[in-house]
Design a protein around this ligand. Structure first.
Ligand code: FE2
Length: 186
């Protein structure tokens, strides 16, 4: 089993109350936060039944057909953070993960359009380690360099839910914690 992406089979539900908010048509990738009011209460209740809570509202990523994003980490440098990602359309788009070459310093600190921290890397600073299609949902490691290629004819949206234990609602989950928490759904 790889340590970058694991598919889950959870009770079928949409994390968003109104999926039609995923309606972008532009030619550039977009990132924005949903409102906490956009979260489907059925999904929030299911998380609660698992002892979990959303760390912050879902982050929504739009990748146009034929588009891709740069190699990045969601945060300041390499860490260990497991998120629950749901993919809408762009069937066959692929997420790729990379190891940082040992000598590489953090090169480009940035912020996303959603004003979340973002560290961007150049292809020559990383070594590819894994690629996989993300499903509905999959647990993905977002603390190491990764990117998306959407070489399909459909736009792609990712609903990224960062979840935490109710007892530490701002901490997020490490990969090991996520594997333990969701083991009955794998
Ligand atoms: Fe990311």
């Amino acid at each position: 089993m790889n340590i970058y992406c694991r598919d889950l089979s959870i009770p079928l539900m949409h994390p968003l109350k109104d999926p039609s908010i995923l309606n972008q048509t532009g030619s550039e990738p977009e990132i924005w936060f949903a409102s906490i009011d956009d979260v489907n209460s059925e999904f929030a209740n299911w998380l609660d039944s698992q002892g979990l809570v959303m760390t912050y509202p879902p982050l929504l990523f739009y990748t146009p057909a034929g588009g891709q994003c740069g190699i990045h980490i969601d945060g300041f440098g390499v860490t260990d953070r497991a998120c629950m990602n749901f993919i809408v359309r762009g069937i066959g788009s692929i997420m790729h993960w990379y190891n940082l070459k040992p000598t590489v310093e953090i090169s480009q600190q940035d912020a996303t359009q959603a004003d979340t921290p973002y560290t961007l890397y150049q292809p020559n600073q990383v070594e590819h380690v894994h690629s996989q299609v993300v499903k509905w949902p999959s647990i993905v490691q977002t603390g190491v360099p990764h990117n998306i290629t959407n070489h399909t004819t459909e736009p792609r949206w990712c609903i990224s839910c960062d979840v935490s234990f109710k007892t530490s609602p701002e901490a997020g989950l490490t990969w090991i914690q996520a594997m333990e928490t969701f083991k009955q759904w794998m």
